[in-house]
Design a protein around this ligand. Structure first.
Ligand SMILES: [Zn+2]
Length: 162
């Protein structure tokens, strides 16, 4: 399967790794330099995958006051490596799942096309039958017309003789 066709699947995994945020979390509440309730975010950088921190609701925008405070202690190098490997595994599974679904969809399409071809063949056969019937009818009509004209001629001859 072409890797370029897995774009949509990748998008979902990227979403999963966006810095997701929690507006509600267990106390104590943290407040930023503005006195606003700080949200809790999850970092998904290579250096801190899955590590949570507190930040102003718009921490990643221009209006942020710069408030930043970690919630989790540093995970350590080994933990970070394991988390990244697990995320890679999720990526692979998403891709596999996506490709399997595409293949299944392709099979279904193939079956539909086969069914359409079958119907088309049936219609053609019926068409041929109608055509033959029509030709038979035309022939019968010709025979009838010929017989009728012979009868007319014969009657005229008889009439003239009488
Ligand atoms: Zn602030």
């Amino acid at each position: 399967m072409a890797s370029s066709s897995t774009g949509r699947c990748r998008w979902r995994v990227v979403l999963l790794r966006q810095p997701n945020r929690e507006e509600e979390y267990e106390p104590p509440r943290r407040y930023c330099n503005h006195g606003m309730v700080a949200w809790r975010w999850t970092m998904w950088t290579d250096g801190n995958p899955g590590r949570r921190f507190y930040g102003y609701p718009l921490y990643n925008q221009d209006r942020a006051c710069g408030f930043f405070s970690w919630h989790d202690n540093e995970f350590g190098e080994r933990a970070n490596t394991v988390i990244k490997e697990l995320l890679d595994d999720i990526d692979k599974l998403y891709d596999e799942n996506c490709n399997l679904r595409r293949a299944k969809h392709g099979q279904r399409l193939g079956k539909d096309i086969d069914a359409i071809h079958g119907e088309l063949r049936k219609l053609k056969r019926r068409n041929e039958l109608y055509d033959r019937e029509l030709r038979k009818g035309k022939n019968k009509f010709k025979v009838a017309m010929t017989l009728l004209s012979f009868t007319c001629v014969w009657l005229c001859v008889l009439y003239l003789k009488i």
